[in-house]
Ligand binder design. Sequence first.
Ligand code: UDP
Length: 263
Amino acid sequence: MTNNSDATAVQRERDSEVAKVQILGAPVSRLTMRQAVEIVRRAWKGDAAFHVVTANAEMLYRCSKDQILAKIVAAADLVTADGAGVVLASKILGSPVPQRVAGFDLMTECLKEAAAVAVPVFFLGSHPQSLQQAMANARSYYPNLNVVGGHHGYFAEDEEEKILEQIIKLKPSLLLVALGVPKQEKWIFKYKEKLPPCVVIGVGGSFDVLAGKARRAPVWMQRAGLEWFYRFLKEPSRLGRILLLPLFLLAVFAQALKQRLFS
Ligand code: UDP
C-alpha cells in the first residue's frame, strides 16, 4: 500500500466512525460544518475521488423513487444534511444532526480552505455567463484561490469525455459540480473512478448564487427553516418540487413508526 492509499484507508475508517442517521435509506452524517470541512481537508490528501452529497428533503424523497440515485447516495463518501427538512427528519427519527451543512455554505467554506492551502479548484456547471461570473467572484472573494479551470453545464453526452480529459489534465483537488439534482450525482458517479484524486461536491444552484444571479433567503428565514419557502416565492415554478417536502415527511414518519414497532 502506498502512503496515499494508506491515508485514504485511514480516512475511510475515521469517517465510518462519524455517527450517521439512516433517512429513507440514505446514510446522513451527524456532523457540524467544522467537522465536514475537516473531513474534506483530510480527503484532499487521499488517492481517490471522494464524493460529497449535500442532501435535501427533495433529493432523499427522490431516492425512494429512483433506485439509481438511492444507490449513488448510499455509496457516497459523505452525505450531509443540506436542508431544514432533513434536520427535522433526523429529530423525528431520534438521531438529530447537530446542524445543517448546506451545499452553498459547504462550498464557500471549502473555497476558503482551498485558498488558504493553495488547493487547485475546478468549476463544472451552470450557464456559461453564470459560471464565468461565479469563478471571477470566487477569485475576488478568496484572493489566493487557484481556479485551474471551469466548464459550463450545458454539454451533450458526447462532449463528456473531453470535459473529463480537461479535468484529468488540470488535476483539481476540489471539483465543484453544479448540474442540479440528480444530474450532478449521476455525472459524478459515472466518472468517479476516472477522476483524479479530489473532493467532488454536487452543489446544485450554488454557482448562480456565487455569481449574484440568484439570492439565498435572508438569514432569519434560513434559521427558521424557511429557505424552501423563499425559493418558492422567487421561483413559483418550483411548486412541484416543494410539494415533495410533505411527502418526504410522511415517509419519514412511516419509517419512525416502523422503527418503533420493530425495535
Ligand atoms: N444546470 C446545468 N446543466 C443542466 C441543468 C442544470 O448546468 O443540464 C445548472 C443550472 O444552470 C443551475 C443548477 O444546475 O445552475 C441547478 O440549480 P437548482 O437550483 O435547480 O439546483 P438543485 O435545486 O437541483 O440543487
